[in-house]
Design a protein around this ligand. Sequence first.
Ligand code: PEP
Ligand code: MN
Length: 256
Amino acid sequence: NPAQIQLRDGTIISQNDFSIMAGPCSIESEEQVDAVIAHLVENNVKIMRGGVYKPRSSPYSFRGLGMEGLKMWYEKAKAAGIMIITEVMQLSQVEEMYDYIDIYQVGARNTQNFNLLDELGKVDKPVMIKRGVSGTIEELLYSAEYVFSGGNENLILCERGIRTFENMTRNTLDINAIPVLKDKTHLPVVVDPSHGIGIRKHVEPVALAGIMAGADGVIFELHPDPETAMSDGQQSLYFEESSAMIRKMKMAYTLR
Ligand code: PEP
Ligand code: MN
């Protein structure tokens, strides 16, 4: 039986449904959050993504607004009926974030942070685990088992691209992983075309390919003004592009 991941508002994420999660790479300001929420409401998207603790390759890059940013975001999201998914980077944040989030995201750099996975096994909120930067499908499944065996069965898996010899794209999205993960588990599988390819104009075709390969959801990055984004602007969609992609994704899902 496919797992049914139920959120606070009754929204279900499962292999029998199609979910969209969209938002900026990083939560940056009240104005940005207001604009994104208005866009999501307009497009009937219920789950907003955004980082408040960012795992940046360089320590000099923007590292997020932290708990203060999360609380500001939560107030606005709650008022608009929007659910929150955000990355948890360390043990202490699991409890700290609990009241303000709907889904914990384990980032690709923390897929094998086993202490963090153990801690997430003890909470009763959904966890989305991203595939490791150089992680195999099997390693992703074992990471899920860490959380599962700790008692938390509310799990979502995410294919976000892996590191290969190819460097014309940010990562190599492993389309193969999608049908394989669905075959091996009863968990919903989400595809992240934004980090998967890392190039704005190619995000849409890759998202659609992911859906046709069986993805039960898509998580993607957008920004009111991608050129000024504090992280991942190069892969963040303009609102217009996002609206068009959302329409096409829903159509693609009905064709599957
Ligand atoms: C993100 O979602 O912004 C992110 C950092 O993703 P990943 O962990 O897949 O690199
Ligand atoms: Mn990002």
